[in-house]
Design a protein. Sequence first.
Length: 170
Amino acid sequence: MELTQILYLLFMTGIYLSLGTNLGDREQNLFRACELLTVKSIIIKKTSSIYQTAAWGKTDQPDFLNQVIEVDTALNPYFLLKKINGIESEMGRVRFEKWGERLIDIDILYYNDEIMSDEYLILPHPEIQNRKFILEPLIEIAAAAIHPLLGKTQNELHQLLDDDLSVNKL
Protein backbone atom coordinates (compact mmCIF):
# COMPACT_ATOMS: atom_id res chain seq x y z
CA MET A 1 0.00 0.00 0.00
CA GLU A 2 1.28 3.49 -0.87
CA LEU A 3 2.00 6.02 1.89
CA THR A 4 -0.91 8.22 0.79
CA GLN A 5 -3.25 5.26 1.09
CA ILE A 6 -1.93 4.45 4.57
CA LEU A 7 -2.40 8.06 5.67
CA TYR A 8 -5.91 8.11 4.21
CA LEU A 9 -6.73 4.90 6.07
CA LEU A 10 -5.48 6.39 9.34
CA PHE A 11 -7.26 9.69 8.87
CA MET A 12 -10.23 8.87 6.66
CA THR A 13 -12.72 11.64 6.82
CA GLY A 14 -15.79 11.75 4.75
CA ILE A 15 -19.39 10.83 4.94
CA TYR A 16 -20.61 9.45 1.64
CA LEU A 17 -24.22 8.88 0.64
CA SER A 18 -25.63 7.07 -2.36
CA LEU A 19 -28.78 8.43 -4.00
CA GLY A 20 -30.92 6.40 -6.40
CA THR A 21 -34.28 6.82 -8.13
CA ASN A 22 -36.20 5.12 -10.93
CA LEU A 23 -39.70 6.61 -10.72
CA GLY A 24 -41.11 9.96 -11.79
CA ASP A 25 -38.82 12.81 -12.78
CA ARG A 26 -35.62 11.05 -11.76
CA GLU A 27 -33.27 14.03 -12.10
CA GLN A 28 -35.67 16.19 -10.12
CA ASN A 29 -35.84 13.48 -7.43
CA LEU A 30 -32.05 13.60 -7.00
CA PHE A 31 -32.09 17.40 -6.91
CA ARG A 32 -34.94 17.44 -4.36
CA ALA A 33 -33.18 14.90 -2.13
CA CYS A 34 -30.05 17.09 -2.09
CA GLU A 35 -32.19 20.14 -1.37
CA LEU A 36 -33.87 18.39 1.58
CA LEU A 37 -30.54 17.16 2.95
CA THR A 38 -29.34 20.76 3.00
CA VAL A 39 -32.53 21.92 4.73
CA LYS A 40 -31.88 19.26 7.41
CA SER A 41 -28.43 20.78 8.16
CA ILE A 42 -26.51 18.21 6.13
CA ILE A 43 -23.90 20.10 4.12
CA ILE A 44 -23.14 18.76 0.66
CA LYS A 45 -19.41 19.04 -0.02
CA LYS A 46 -19.04 17.13 -3.30
CA THR A 47 -21.37 15.52 -5.82
CA SER A 48 -20.59 12.97 -8.48
CA SER A 49 -22.06 13.10 -11.92
CA ILE A 50 -25.41 11.40 -12.39
CA TYR A 51 -25.24 7.85 -13.75
CA GLN A 52 -27.96 5.90 -15.51
CA THR A 53 -27.96 2.33 -14.31
CA ALA A 54 -29.83 -0.79 -15.26
CA ALA A 55 -31.89 -2.09 -12.34
CA TRP A 56 -29.93 -4.31 -9.94
CA GLY A 57 -31.38 -7.28 -8.08
CA LYS A 58 -34.89 -7.00 -9.52
CA THR A 59 -34.33 -6.27 -13.19
CA ASP A 60 -37.91 -5.96 -14.53
CA GLN A 61 -38.21 -2.26 -13.73
CA PRO A 62 -37.10 1.11 -15.16
CA ASP A 63 -33.43 2.15 -15.14
CA PHE A 64 -32.16 4.08 -12.15
CA LEU A 65 -30.36 7.37 -11.91
CA ASN A 66 -27.65 7.16 -9.26
CA GLN A 67 -25.34 9.68 -7.66
CA VAL A 68 -22.89 9.71 -4.76
CA ILE A 69 -22.40 12.76 -2.57
CA GLU A 70 -19.97 13.63 0.18
CA VAL A 71 -21.61 15.41 3.09
CA ASP A 72 -20.67 16.99 6.38
CA THR A 73 -22.88 16.87 9.43
CA ALA A 74 -22.73 17.02 13.20
CA LEU A 75 -25.28 14.20 13.33
CA ASN A 76 -24.06 10.81 14.51
CA PRO A 77 -24.70 7.89 12.12
CA TYR A 78 -28.03 6.94 13.73
CA PHE A 79 -29.43 10.47 13.64
CA LEU A 80 -28.19 10.85 10.07
CA LEU A 81 -30.03 7.64 9.15
CA LYS A 82 -33.17 8.98 10.85
CA LYS A 83 -32.97 12.22 8.84
CA ILE A 84 -32.40 10.27 5.62
CA ASN A 85 -35.38 8.00 6.29
CA GLY A 86 -37.47 11.11 6.99
CA ILE A 87 -36.44 12.64 3.66
CA GLU A 88 -37.32 9.42 1.83
CA SER A 89 -40.76 9.43 3.47
CA GLU A 90 -41.26 13.15 2.80
CA MET A 91 -40.53 12.53 -0.88
CA GLY A 92 -43.12 9.75 -0.97
CA ARG A 93 -41.01 6.62 -0.77
CA VAL A 94 -42.97 3.54 0.15
CA ARG A 95 -41.07 0.29 0.68
CA PHE A 96 -43.01 -2.38 -1.21
CA GLU A 97 -40.34 -4.94 -1.92
CA LYS A 98 -36.59 -5.42 -1.64
CA TRP A 99 -34.76 -3.88 -4.64
CA GLY A 100 -38.08 -2.63 -6.00
CA GLU A 101 -38.97 0.61 -7.75
CA ARG A 102 -38.54 3.76 -5.72
CA LEU A 103 -38.89 7.51 -5.90
CA ILE A 104 -35.72 7.90 -3.85
CA ASP A 105 -33.27 5.70 -2.02
CA ILE A 106 -30.56 7.23 0.16
CA ASP A 107 -27.93 5.00 1.74
CA ILE A 108 -25.00 5.80 4.00
CA LEU A 109 -21.96 4.29 2.30
CA TYR A 110 -19.23 5.50 4.65
CA TYR A 111 -19.35 7.53 7.83
CA ASN A 112 -15.69 8.49 8.18
CA ASP A 113 -13.89 5.30 9.19
CA GLU A 114 -16.74 4.02 11.40
CA ILE A 115 -17.28 0.28 11.51
CA MET A 116 -20.56 -0.86 13.02
CA SER A 117 -23.19 -3.48 12.56
CA ASP A 118 -26.50 -3.80 14.35
CA GLU A 119 -30.16 -4.23 13.48
CA TYR A 120 -30.46 -0.57 12.39
CA LEU A 121 -27.26 0.25 10.57
CA ILE A 122 -24.23 -1.42 9.00
CA LEU A 123 -21.17 0.73 8.26
CA PRO A 124 -19.56 0.77 5.87
CA HIS A 125 -22.45 -0.22 3.62
CA PRO A 126 -22.04 -3.98 3.15
CA GLU A 127 -22.49 -3.96 -0.65
CA ILE A 128 -20.10 -1.19 -1.78
CA GLN A 129 -17.55 -3.64 -3.17
CA ASN A 130 -20.22 -5.53 -5.13
CA ARG A 131 -22.03 -2.71 -6.92
CA LYS A 132 -20.74 -0.91 -9.96
CA PHE A 133 -23.50 1.72 -9.66
CA ILE A 134 -22.00 2.73 -6.30
CA LEU A 135 -18.31 2.41 -7.11
CA GLU A 136 -18.26 4.38 -10.36
CA PRO A 137 -19.73 7.61 -8.92
CA LEU A 138 -17.79 7.08 -5.67
CA ILE A 139 -14.51 6.84 -7.59
CA GLU A 140 -15.33 10.15 -9.27
CA ILE A 141 -15.29 12.01 -5.92
CA ALA A 142 -13.26 9.75 -3.57
CA ALA A 143 -11.09 7.33 -5.56
CA ALA A 144 -8.42 7.17 -2.83
CA ALA A 145 -10.86 6.55 0.03
CA ILE A 146 -9.98 3.32 1.77
CA HIS A 147 -12.64 0.81 2.71
CA PRO A 148 -12.01 0.48 6.47
CA LEU A 149 -12.78 -3.25 6.55
CA LEU A 150 -11.29 -4.35 3.24
CA GLY A 151 -8.25 -2.03 3.26
CA LYS A 152 -8.63 -1.22 -0.44
CA THR A 153 -9.23 2.02 -2.31
CA GLN A 154 -12.40 2.49 -4.31
CA ASN A 155 -10.32 2.05 -7.48
CA GLU A 156 -8.95 -1.26 -6.20
CA LEU A 157 -12.46 -2.43 -5.29
CA HIS A 158 -13.63 -1.51 -8.79
CA GLN A 159 -10.83 -3.56 -10.38
CA LEU A 160 -11.98 -6.61 -8.40
CA LEU A 161 -15.65 -6.04 -9.23
CA ASP A 162 -17.65 -8.85 -10.80
CA ASP A 163 -20.62 -6.75 -11.94
CA ASP A 164 -21.40 -6.31 -15.64
CA LEU A 165 -24.39 -4.04 -15.00
CA SER A 166 -24.77 -1.17 -17.45
CA VAL A 167 -23.67 2.07 -15.71
CA ASN A 168 -23.36 5.20 -17.88
CA LYS A 169 -22.49 8.75 -16.89
CA LEU A 170 -25.10 11.23 -18.14
